[in-house]
Design a protein around this ligand. Structure first.
Ligand SMILES: [Zn+2]
Length: 368
């Protein structure tokens, strides 16, 4: 990671402090100091194996416990690509942090702290209502908008919605609640994310029990650069972080002057002004589906269409969380990819003007 990037991360969090101080009574000084969510800081020394919780893997007849599968990105469900390279088809939209302390029964004892000052936006105290198990979401107001941190698989939730928290506060205790996790693999799943739509609770399927704070409504970035840089005391802005992310594909979406919720909340994502001649918005995404920027275009398009895509030694559905299909030359949106675009562009009044139907239910969150 560049010094610039490292530096920009801290500005993100010191920016939170400065902004909050301007809006409300100042937080205690120690609250402006960034921290890891638990006492596990081994990432700083480059000891990934001590920081990330492994996953159980069975690939080509070999069983293994790779700690790399606890990192962010396309790190799960390995397969062999056409060039012989091992690739991964399933995203992990956060990082899994190992416990430092366990009791005699093997239960983790680590307390979970917010990674920066903020306000508790959501708590799910039920171990069964989500793949995340018990989880907490904290909102952090920064100059570019509100960014969210999420802490999952907790044994206990020790905070309440609306509570202002500093990095000295405890959100809960590490556990192994949720799907696909046992006591041995106890960890905290940490996400850092932008919200995709502030009306998701109004158009999400009835199976959504978590309103705006369903993982499907949060587009996660890799928290590791933030954790590393803040620990090193370097400033970083979210704009610089975004500039470091790699574009994989771009989708052209019809535009008729409607309000785009995500641009209202994150104006930095609009890369040039919208004019009377704007007929579509080209949205750039990482392979993982993080929206990198919205580029106004004078080109018309009847429905959301892929206009660029980087090549890969496998079909695009294998590396884009099944949002694109075919090869880079004839890449197209899958049904899931179209739903994702509809999600981002959904209008408060109902069906988005640019798509055949917005009533397609989304699958349950699988992001743990
Ligand atoms: Zn996880």
């Amino acid at each position: 990671m560049s010094k610039l990037l490292q530096g920009a991360v801290l500005a993100l969090f010191t920016g939170i402090g400065a902004l909050r101080a301007a809006q409300s009574p100042p937080l205690p000084r120690e609250d402006l100091v960034y921290r890891f969510p638990t006492a596990n800081h081994s990432l700083i020394d480059g000891r990934g194996e001590d920081f990330f919780m492994y996953c159980d893997r069975n690939f080509e007849g070999q069983k293994s416990k790779p700690w790399e599968a606890g990192g962010y990105g396309m790190v799960r469900n390995p397969f062999r690509a056409s060039d012989g390279k091992v690739m991964f088809s399933r995203i992990h939209e956060g990082v899994d942090i190992k416990p430092m302390q366990r009791n005699a029964a093997g239960e983790p004892l680590d307390l979970i702290h917010p990674i920066a000052p903020g306000v508790v936006a959501y708590t799910n105290p039920s171990p069964t209502l989500s793949n995340y198990g018990r989880y907490v979401v904290v909102g952090h107001r920064i100059p570019e908008g509100v960014i969210y941190s999420l802490y999952a698989h907790l044994a206990r939730v020790d905070c309440r919605v609306g509570q202002r928290v500093g990095t000295g506060n405890v959100l809960g205790q590490m556990g192994h609640s949720g799907a696909g996790i046992n006591r041995e693999r106890s960890h905290v799943h940490l996400e850092l994310a932008l919200m995709l739509h502030s009306n998701y609770d109004q158009f999400s399927p009835p199976s959504n029990k978590h309103g705006l704070y369903n993982g499907l409504n949060l587009a996660g970035i890799d928290p590791v650069p933030v954790l590393r840089a803040c620990a090193q005391g370097q400033p970083l802005s979210i704009r610089q972080y975004w500039a470091s992310l790699k574009e994989h594909y771009r989708v052209r979406v019809p535009y008729h002057g409607e309000r785009v919720d995500m641009l209202r909340r994150y104006p930095f994502l609009l890369r040039s002004p919208i004019s009377a001649n704007t007929k579509s918005l080209d949205v750039a995404f990482t392979a993982e589906g993080v929206p990198l920027g919205f580029y106004p275009s004078t080109q018309t398009v009847p429905a959301p269409s892929v206009i660029s895509c980087l090549p890969a030694p496998t079909l695009q559905q294998n590396i884009t969380v099944n949002r694109l299909k075919n090869s880079s030359k004839d890449a197209a949106l899958t049904a899931s990819g179209l739903r994702y675009i509809q999600h981002i562009f959904h209008q408060k009044t109902g069906v988005p003007s640019n798509s055949p139907s917005a009533a397609v239910p989304s699958p349950p969150a699988q992001k743990k």
